[in-house]
Design a protein around this ligand. Sequence first.
Ligand code: GAR
Length: 202
Amino acid sequence: PLKIAVFASGSGSNFQALVEAIWGQGIPATVSLLVCDKPGARVVQRAESLGVPTHLFNPKSYETREAYEAEIVDRLRAEGVELIVLAGYMRLVTATLVEPFYGRMINIHPALLPSFPGVRSVRQALEYGVKLTGVTVHFVDGGMDTGPIIAQKSVEVREEDTEDSLGERVHAIEHELLPQTVRWIAEDRVTLNDRKVSIRLG
Ligand code: GAR
C-alpha cells in the first residue's frame, strides 16, 4: 500500500475521512503519519483515536521554516512516506519540502481554483457572489494554491447560504473527493507531465 503522511493544523475532518475511506473502501494506501503544527489541534486527538502516529512540532521553537521542514523531511524519509496530503495545513511550504516531494504532494482546497486561493475561501466565494463554488485537489508547487489540478467538484451556492451552511456542503464534497483522488494516485492512474495532469480511468 501507498504510504501517506497527512499534514493538518485544525479539526482534521478530512484526515479522518481519508483514514476511514482507506479502511472502508479498500483503497490500496495507508496513512502512516500525521504531521501537525498546532499542539492543541483536534486532529491530534483524532489521530490518537485512529491509531495514527503524530509528528507534532511548534514552529515558534525554530529559527526558520526551513529548519522544521528539514526535520519533517528526515522523518518522512525514515518512515518511507511516498505521498504527502495537505489537508487543512495552514502554512506555506518551502522548497525544502516541495523539491524532494514534487509530484508526490497534494493539497485539498475549499474552492474551485484558481478562484479564491489562500484562507477563508468559502467566505471569499460567498462575498464575491459566485453561484458555483467547490473543491480542488492539486499537486503542490512553490506558490500558494497554484499547482497542477488533479480533480475538482462543484457545489452550488444557495441564496440563503451562510459561511457555515456552505462550508458544510463544501466539506462533505471534500470528504469524497480527497479519498477518490488518493485512490487514483494509489492505483497509479495519475501522471504529471510538465504541468499537465492526466488520469487513466476504468
Ligand atoms: C478544509 O476545508 C481544507 O480544504 C481547508 O481547510 C479545511 C480543513 O478542514 N484548507 C485550506 O483552506 C487551505 N488553504 P478539516 O480540518 O476539517 O479537514
